[in-house]
Design a protein around this ligand. Structure first.
Ligand code: KIV
Length: 421
């Protein structure tokens, strides 16, 4: 049985800001429209953001971080229109995404963020302040006590506005003193925060380290049992997906990620990687974890984000790269033609991709006779063995000089052979 054949959306638990009734459910917090848009050169118009938000809702993400409302009047408008439209479009099964806006701890930022998201059925404000020594000293010029005070005041301010779904992030948590994290997190819980997001802002931690950090925060922060712990992993060492999964193993039940992994510098944890890893291996290897995302919309979401943001997806990108379901070497092609499970752990159809070719065969210099014969038959040529051998020889010569041998090339080769005097 192909592992991917078992991917079926499961019913998600009812949304309560600080609680998930099913301990195995992992919330997917998509930040394509906020952290993703912070990729250099990836600016999106408010119309594009609205369309992407609709796609994210179709995909079934639990939370859409729609932007940073204080950043610009256009971003405010984008977040507001997403809150009004997408944040009120309830699906048949009762699901509607939470619409979130990011804010620093300043009162005017918080007011602006709340003003943008409050129109949604499920509004959330995400506020943050840095907690690592290097950030507090050089960026904020604040003492740890002042940072705690700022964070607590911000959360209380949001409560006073009527916001009851409040996320707090100690920025650069991956390089912060864990003991200081326990202290500030305990204080913001007391003030009314419902989700504690733990950002590995600089992508510094290793998976076992990040898992340990989440587990320690859960164990040592008074009140942590009454809130959701979340991960936000940047990809500077290429570990963002691994760290996010490790965080979930440590007890996090919200993962922040972006479509195609776009984001600041080397990007953020990629939604499609996190979701498919949980969908395919969650039961066996991750203690039964699952998400509410519908993988069948991944391919169209990836294409939309790439088209609108101009951030091209690398061909070998996991899950959504152009080569993710393509097979070039003869040994692989032979295996694929016999049984697709030999070299694929999921089918392209699982993520909503219609495969142009039955077995994802790409003809090139590593391809074998079986693959060429299959393609010839698809093109209507069932050649006797000798002729096939001749065409195969010419094909190999051509493929030595051409990266991809197209159907037109194959037709030219076979026409030459068949019409030889
Ligand atoms: O990378 C980061 O620390 C962030 C926070 C605002 C969550 O984006």
């Amino acid at each position: 049985v192909r592992a991917a054949a078992t991917v079926e959306p499961r019913k998600r638990p009812e949304y309560v800001p600080n609680r998930i009734d099913d301990p195995n459910y992992v919330r997917i917090f998509d930040t394509t429209l906020r952290d993703g848009e912070q990729s250099p050169g990836a600016t999106l118009t408010s119309k594009e953001k609205l369309e992407i938000a609709k796609k994210l809702s179709q995909l079934g993400v639990d939370i859409i971080e729609a932007g940073f409302p204080i950043a610009s009047p256009d971003d405010f408008e984008a977040v507001r229109s997403i809150a009004m439209e997408v944040g009120n479009a309830v699906h048949d099964d009762g699901y509607v995404p939470v619409i979130c806006g990011l804010s620093r701890t300043r009162p005017q930022d918080l007011d602006r963020a709340w003003d943008a998201v409050r129109h949604a059925k499920l509004p959330r404000v995400h506020t943050f302040i840095a907690t690592s020594e290097i950030h507090m000293k050089y960026k904020l010029h604040m003492t740890p006590e002042q940072v705690v005070d700022n964070a607590v005041t911000a959360v209380k301010h949001l409560r006073s506005l009527g916001c009851t779904d409040i996320e707090f992030s100690p920025e650069d948590a991956g390089r912060s003193d864990p003991v200081f994290l326990y202290e500030i997190l305990a204080e913001v819980i007391k003030a009314g925060a419902t989700t504690l997001n733990i950002p590995d802002t600089t992508g510094w931690t290793l998976p076992h380290e990040f898992q340990g950090l989440i587990a320690k925060i859960k164990a040592n922060t008074p009140g942590a049992e009454n809130v959701i712990i979340s991960t936000h992993c940047q990809n500077d060492l290429g570990l963002s997906t691994a760290n996010s999964l490790a965080g979930a193993m440590g007890g996090a039940r919200q993962i922040e990620c972006t479509i195609n992994g776009i984001g600041e510098r080397a990007g953020n944890a990629s939604l499609e990687e996190v979701v498919m890893a949980i969908a395919l291996r969650g039961k066996e290897q991750l203690g039964g974890l699952y998400t509410g995302v519908r993988p069948v919309h991944i391919a169209t979401a990836s294409k939309m984000v790439s088209d609108y943001s101009g951030m091209i997806v690398q061909p070998h990108k996991a899950i959504v790269g152009a080569n993710a379901f393509a097979h070039e070497s003869g040994i692989h092609q032979d295996g694929m033609l016999k049984n697709r499970d030999t070299y694929e752990i999921m089918s392209p159809e699982t993520i909503g991709l219609a495969r142009a070719d039955e077995a994802g065969i790409v003809l090139g210099k590593h391809s074998g006779r079986n693959a060429l014969d299959t393609r010839l038959k698809q093109l209507g040529f069932d050649l006797p063995k000798e002729q096939l051998n001749e065409v195969f020889k010419r094909f190999k010569n051509l493929a030595d000089h051409k990266k991809n041998v197209t159907d037109d090339d194959v037709l030219a080769l076979v026409t030459d052979e068949v019409h030889q005097p």
